[in-house]
Write a protein that binds this ligand. Structure first.
Ligand code: ZN
Length: 196
């Protein structure tokens, strides 16, 4: 006979009524050992009670229903990373488009910050340097439209007060338009490639 008591999985085998080559020595130990027989009897009562319970299966959506009610706590950095990843579009053309939009927004924000910080003087000077010709064209054109519609006063007001604002808006609009055109061209190219 064995000099050790039965292991839990060996008692399981006996309760399940296994009949194999290795089971006979286990039964022999059970017949001689009171401790193991007591554990076996307890387990058999539990197994028979469970077997007597009505059998049913949970619905197929049971796990989903439970998990919908479970509040999964995410660390803040995981939530932040996932959130940022969800904001990035999957297709390359949409990424270009989103990048152009984000770039234009960043440009507008930095432009506004510079405008607020320097009261428009320095920003106006820098922008004037870059878009002098554009400004001249726009102001002249807008001035002609304004003077024909509102009179000469509107022209001077437009030229003095709104000049720097107009120039900044022009730059931001041009950048956004260029980004959008690039994105749309990539979209069209992808669509053509998919069709062909
Ligand atoms: Zn034993």
């Amino acid at each position: 006979m064995d000099h050790r008591h039965l292991l839990p999985n060996e008692i399981d085998l006996l309760v399940d009524g296994e009949a194999g080559f290795g089971v006979a020595p286990l039964r022999a130990h059970l017949a001689e050992c009171g401790d193991c027989r007591a554990r076996y009897d307890e387990l058999r009562i539990v197994a028979e009670s469970l077997e007597a319970l009505p059998h049913f299966t949970p619905s197929l959506r049971f796990a989903d229903t439970v998990m919908r009610e479970v509040q999964v706590v995410e660390p803040w950095h995981v939530a932040l990373t996932e959130g940022a990843r969800r904001l990035v579009p999957r297709s390359t053309p949409m990424r270009v488009l989103a990048g152009a939009g984000a770039g234009a927004a960043a440009l507008a924000i930095s432009g506004s910050a510079a405008w607020l910080a320097f009261r428009g003087d320095l920003a106006g000077w820098v922008v004037n340097l870059f878009v002098d010709r554009t400004r001249q064209t726009i102001v002249t054109g807008a001035g002609e439209v304004a003077s024909s519609a509102l009179g000469a006063d509107a022209t001077s007001a437009l030229a003095s007060g709104g000049l720097a604002t107009l120039a900044i808006s022009t730059v931001v609009l041009a950048a956004a338009a260029a980004g959008a055109v690039l994105g749309f061209r990539r979209l069209a190219a992808t669509a053509r490639a998919a069709r062909g």
